[in-house]
Design a protein around this ligand. Structure first.
Ligand code: NDP
Length: 310
């Protein structure tokens, strides 16, 4: 630490942040993490993680995040469950504002991840957090014995649909094409489930509701514009995510989709600012790849800090 400035502040939690925290703590950098008010990231909203090596029986997403945090804290990671409001990256040490308080750090690791994208169809705003959700794990249980629809053709849509069969009387997956981004095993699991139906070449044109909540949707065929309606009490949008970078106010270079860009290894265009996980990665987006990148970012930050003091 120099003049009260930290060696490294990690912004955001999740597999990338906690792994960066673990490595930075074990490198005796005394890292400080702002984990966000909803710490743990997207895995807090996931049911079972079956593809993280080392868990032959799978593990619950929230449970894994609690374990990752505990492991990093054991080596001295200091975690505050608060959001970073603003950063000043114009000079070092960088400034970080949290609930009006200013913190300073020689280096930063940005691991703020990504958030769900909404469809933006007519009537959606009124039903957000009521009949329409982006998180089956959070809201699925509200729709016991009801008909539910899931929108999307990726792994998230397949996973959410399969999970929702625990509660729903029927789950219909609505996809805009007849080609799926989802992996074969996930599609097969959904297709073979007796409660799941898949409708292709359909998009949500408008949500339908009454005074009690969501009642259904008007579906449109993108090929010819023909319409049909579907009944549902709940709808889950699973059409992907966008990176969380608003607090950076454009100070770091992004690609055309808003993801942060690495210039050298995990370092961004600003020397001393590193980034890891879904805020950078639009290709792999896995817990294991985020954790790996968090490790890389901590090692890069450690080496960079050493170079500064030579
Ligand atoms: P994807 O980007 O893989 O899929 C998004 C889906 O939403 C696509 O089918 C896309 O359609 C559709 N879509 C996008 N925009 C719209 C729109 N405006 N209207 C209608 N449909 C739309 O995102 P996922 O969240 O499914 O997955 C992200 C990553 O996370 C992937 O790498 C995935 O493998 C991973 N993942 C892994 C899981 C696991 O292994 N257990 C579970 C969940 C996710 P189109 O195909 O036409 O573009």
């Amino acid at each position: 630490m120099r003049d009260g400035a930290r060696n490294v502040i990690i912004v955001g939690s999740g597999p990338a942040g906690y792994t960066a925290g673990l490595y930075a703590a074990r490198a005796l950098l005394e890292p400080l993490m702002f984990a966000g008010y909803m710490s743990g990231g997207q895995l807090m909203l996931t049911s079972d993680v079956e593809n993280f090596p080392g868990y032959p029986k799978g593990i619950g997403g929230p449970e894994m995040m609690v374990d990752m945090r505990e492991q990093a804290e054991r080596f001295g990671l200091e975690v505050h469950d608060k959001n970073v409001e603003r950063l000043d990256l114009s000079e070092r040490p960088f400034k970080v504002w949290v609930e009006g308080e200013e913190f300073r750090s020689e280096s930063l690791i940005i691991c703020t991840g990504a958030e769900a994208i909404w469809l933006g169809a007519k009537g959606e705003e009124d039903q957000k957090g009521r009949g329409i959700s982006t998180c089956a794990t959070c809201d699925g249980a509200f729709f016991r014995d009801e008909e539910i629809i899931v929108i999307g053709g990726g792994d998230s849509a397949m996973e959410e649909a399969t999970f929702l069969t625990r509660f729903a009387s029927k789950v219909t997956i609505i996809h805009r094409r007849d080609v799926f981004k989802a992996s074969k095993v996930m599609i097969e699991r959904a297709e073979s489930h007796p409660k799941i139906e898949i409708k292709t070449f359909k998009q949500i044109k408008e949500w339908l509701s009454d005074e009690n909540g969501l009642t259904g949707a008007i579906l449109e065929d993108p090929r010819d514009g023909s319409e049909e309606s579907i009944r549902c009490a709940g709808a889950f949008i699973a059409i992907g995510h966008k990176p969380i970078t608003g607090f950076l106010e454009g100070q770091l270079e992004t690609d055309e989709e808003g993801y942060l860009v690495h210039i050298e290894n995990t370092m961004t265009a600003i020397s001393g600012v590193f980034a890891a996980g879904d805020v950078v990665d639009k290709r792999y987006r896995q817990a294991i790849t985020a954790a790996g990148m968090g490790c890389q970012a901590a090692i890069d930050a450690e080496r960079w800090l050493e170079e500064q003091h030579q």
